[in-house]
Design a protein around this ligand. Structure first.
Ligand SMILES: [Zn+2]
Length: 247
């Protein structure tokens, strides 16, 4: 895993975060002031959405900057001077601490993924080839009270070997090189949840055969998408238990 180096300017990142906020709001994947999007600016600075705003109405100048302890860097811009970091900031910071390769984090509340986590219908099974290649498996975290250190701890356990998680009864965390990259992974998660739901409604499960999953994992490795420690998930969820460990 290579360390992430930001090449875009702060202004470009502000605009990209707002674009992602509008997309998640338009898709109905956040309600009221829920959800948050952040991007790494430098080793010790993260640009993030503030607390208490609809993601559909935010402006680039309202994004705020925090350090790795979540403390706001004072702003002299009238648009962001009095705004506070989101209460879910510890969850974002935990990702940046655990994954030097990550440049952005999207946290949303997409309804079907949340519903499956409540019904305990796993999203981690190998059902869709493109999901196996791009995301590997999508696990549910254990239940944690939102906006408490429990949430960050639940993320810490799984984020080192996954790019997408479902926080049980709460929402999703997806990570990527850029805000749009993390957003597209969220699209894949919720699409996968929709398909899983429909398959269940049809009364079937029908996962991909392990021999076929093996080919998809080979493709995932060739594309440089594999994460260390993911072999165990492919074994328990998809029946492929003979993989060489990734480093
Ligand atoms: Zn949330």
């Amino acid at each position: 895993m290579s360390t992430y180096k930001e090449r875009r300017t702060e202004q470009q990142l502000r605009e990209e975060i707002i674009r992602v906020c509008q997309l998640i709001w338009q898709r109905g994947w956040v309600a009221a002031s829920a959800g948050n999007v952040s991007a790494r600016l430098s080793e010790n600075r993260v640009l993030t959405t503030p607390s208490g705003f609809s993601k559909g109405l935010l402006k680039p100048e309202q994004l705020i900057i925090v350090d790795m302890e979540g403390k706001k860097i004072p702003s002299y811009d009238a648009a962001s001077r009095d705004l506070r970091p989101t209460s879910e900031m510890p969850l974002h910071l935990e990702v940046y601490r655990q994954r030097a390769d990550v440049g952005a984090v999207v946290h949303a509340h997409p309804p079907i993924s949340i519903a499956l986590s409540i019904a305990d219908i796993p999203l981690a099974r190998c059902l869709l080839p493109e999901v196996v290649v791009t995301l590997g498996t999508i696990p549910f975290t254990r239940y944690a009270t939102p906006s408490t250190p429990e949430g960050a701890a639940a993320v810490r356990e799984l984020i080192t070997n996954h790019d997408a998680l479902v926080l049980r009864r709460h929402g999703t965390v997806t990570v990527g090189r850029s805000p749009l990259d993390a957003y597209f992974k969220l699209e894949t998660v919720e699409h996968s949840a929709e398909v899983t739901l429909i398959v269940r409604q049809l009364g079937r499960s029908n996962p991909i055969a392990p021999d076929e999953v093996r080919k998809l994992i080979a493709l995932r490795r060739q594309m440089g998408l594999a994460l260390p420690g993911e072999e165990e998930d492919f074994c328990t969820q998809c029946g492929v238990c003979d993989l060489a460990p990734m480093r």
